[in-house]
Design a protein around this ligand. Structure first.
Ligand code: ATP
Ligand code: MG
Length: 507
């Protein structure tokens, strides 16, 4: 590819020969990225490949050790995200850092003093302007609503609105759809198409193959911090793309193994609470029960209440035939119910603790034979689980904070798997996880089901939920609006369309 700096070149962004190390970890080795105006450029690679690191260099959060960036034909160097926005580049981050006490309007204009000028301190003007923007996006809340009242998906949407409204000429989206449902994703895609038409360049990072082929024009692939290839998506197949990313063939995307289904482990009877009512279902030993529906349909709310994170207002629940109540997650864990949460930052990980501590925290009572924790055994078990899930980290003594997004998710899952519960609830377990590790997580789910664990999996990805579940419950507006079985899926009498129709309230 030609490099030129005469200001009229074909590319809006040229990254060349970029390297970056964090201590002993070489996150990027001599990578390149060339993006054209008006294109949606996918950046793909396994967890820890270096995608987010390169993007953080582009917006000035990290400084490269080596290499050059040219933006709109000019050498480009920024001191941080505010500087980058002023230069024309905005980024939506993978790990959201919402400021819960701010209003939506304040959040949209946060750190934009320069672009908003003297209006910044004028709350009324700020609210009016934010109100207009929110309307353009059909956002269901007004500018004065506080961020803490929003769901994760809505916070994500505010981030997207914030980037789009900054009039950037290039927008980086690092896994923007990981907490959006299909309707919200379609909405985002409409926005992306409009931006494209205006000549805005988009760098799009996602592990979801369907999205890449639907919305992107070009793809660049990184593996282990190195640039592998770049190609128009019309010239590369799904399988080729996977093997470029992984460096090997991934045989089975959903390795579901049928297990013997045993007795009822957990039963919900007319459960009601905030966001759900009259929920009835059973899940058996060896069964993987999928839970589908739109974000906000009450799926996560039901599971949170079962796990003791939120109160239950009515109904009963039973574990192995005995009625139980969970005042808090600790009570649930003691009975053998574990949950991997949607929002790993708030509930799943202690970012400043080591991986070993994170993995073994919930398991301490089991390991505390005598008064001391058996440290050698703890180390060994943690290392095994981390290896099984291919957690990419220099050592399990590293802080969880320094892991890539997908690797953090793997640690959360490792943590609960080691607790060996009777009922394991997984809320979007493979969110942000790459294809290879995704199938590792899926085969672990099958292994644990085979040992007699009951598994409940919430997922917004239809291929995943259809590929992995013995049965699927479909939520609509707080109630269960239908159920399909594995037989129906395998015989194609329950298709994606059938499930979506039920999720939208149809019969
Ligand atoms: N602040 C940091 N300190 C130390 N190591 C880091 C830091 N940020 C990233 N790394 C390491 O750099 C490598 C690349 O991480 P990066 O977050 O760029 O991966 P990624 O491609 O975005 O992966 P994912 O798909 O999981 O988000 C990883 O090995 C990660 O552990
Ligand atoms: Mg990342």
């Amino acid at each position: 590819m030609e490099k030129n700096t005469d200001g009229k070149n074909e590319y809006i962004l040229q990254c060349e020969g970029i390297s970056k190390a964090f201590g002993g970890t070489q996150a990027l080795k001599d990578v390149q990225l060339y993006v054209k105006p008006g294109e949606v450029h996918a950046l793909m690679g396994e967890n820890g490949a270096g995608k987010s690191t390169l993007m953080k260099i582009v917006i000035g959060l990290h400084k490269q050790d080596k290499g050059e960036i040219i933006f709109e034909g000019q050498p480009y160097q920024v001191k941080g995200p505010v500087d980058a926005i002023n230069a024309g580049i905005a980024m939506i981050h993978q790990e959201l850092n919402p400021e819960p006490h701010l209003s939506i309007a304040e959040s949209i204009f946060l750190k934009r003093e320069d672009t908003v000028g003297k209006f910044f301190l004028n709350k009324k003007k700020q609210n009016e302007r934010a109100g207009e923007i929110l309307k353009q996006f059909d956002f269901p809340y007004g500018p004065k609503t506080l961020i803490k009242e929003l769901t994760l998906a809505q916070v994500q949407m505010v981030e997207i609105i914030k980037a789009v409204s900054s009039d950037a000429r290039m927008i980086i989206m690092d896994e923007p759809t990981s907490s959006l449902d299909s309707e919200e994703t379609d909405h985002l895609f409409r926005v992306i198409r409009e931006l494209k038409a205006k000549g805005v360049a988009i760098i799009y990072i996602s592990h979801r193959m369907e999205e890449i082929f639907k919305i992107c024009d070009t793809v660049s692939v990184f593996r282990d911090g190195m640039f592998i290839t770049s190609a128009p998506l019309s010239e590369i197949s799904r399988d080729e793309l996977i093997s470029k990313m992984v460096g090997r063939k991934v045989e089975n995307v959903f390795p579901k193994v049928d297990c013997k289904i045993g007795d009822v482990v957990f039963k919900a009877e007319n459960l009601s609470g905030k966001g759900f009512k009259d929920i009835n279902f059973e899940v058996r030993a060896g069964e993987i029960l999928g839970v589908s529906g739109l974000v906000g349909s009450g799926r996560s709310e039901t599971m949170r209440a079962i796990f003791g994170l939120d109160p239950i207002d009515g109904g009963k629940m039973y574990l192995e035939g005995k009625e139980i109540k969970n005042k808090n997650p600790r009570a649930a864990i003691n009975k053998g119910i574990c949950m991997v949460n949607e929002d790993r930052k708030n509930y799943g990980l202690c970012l400043l603790r080591s991986l070993r501590e994170n993995i073994s925290l919930p398991n301490l009572p089991q390991k505390q034979k005598g008064l001391l924790i058996n440290q050698r055994r703890e180390m060994k078990e943690c290392e095994e689980v981390a290896k099984q899930l291919t957690v990419k980290a220099a050592s399990i003594e590293h802080d969880a904070f320094s892991l890539s997004g997908g690797n953090q998710q793997k640690v959360v899952i490792a943590k609960w798997i080691m607790a060996n519960p009777k009922l394991l609830i997984l809320d979007e377990p493979t969110r942000g996880v790459d294809v290879g590790a995704k199938s590792e997580i899926h085969s672990l789910m099958c292994q644990f089901a085979a040992k007699g664990m009951a598994v409940i999996m919430i997922s917004s990805e239809l291929p995943e939920i259809m590929g992995m579940s013995d049965r699927i419950l479909i939520y609509h507006e707080g109630t269960i609006n239908g159920e399909v079985t594995r037989e129906e899926i395998l015989s194609s009498s329950a298709t994606e369309e059938v499930i979506l129709a039920k999720a939208f309230g149809g019969k």
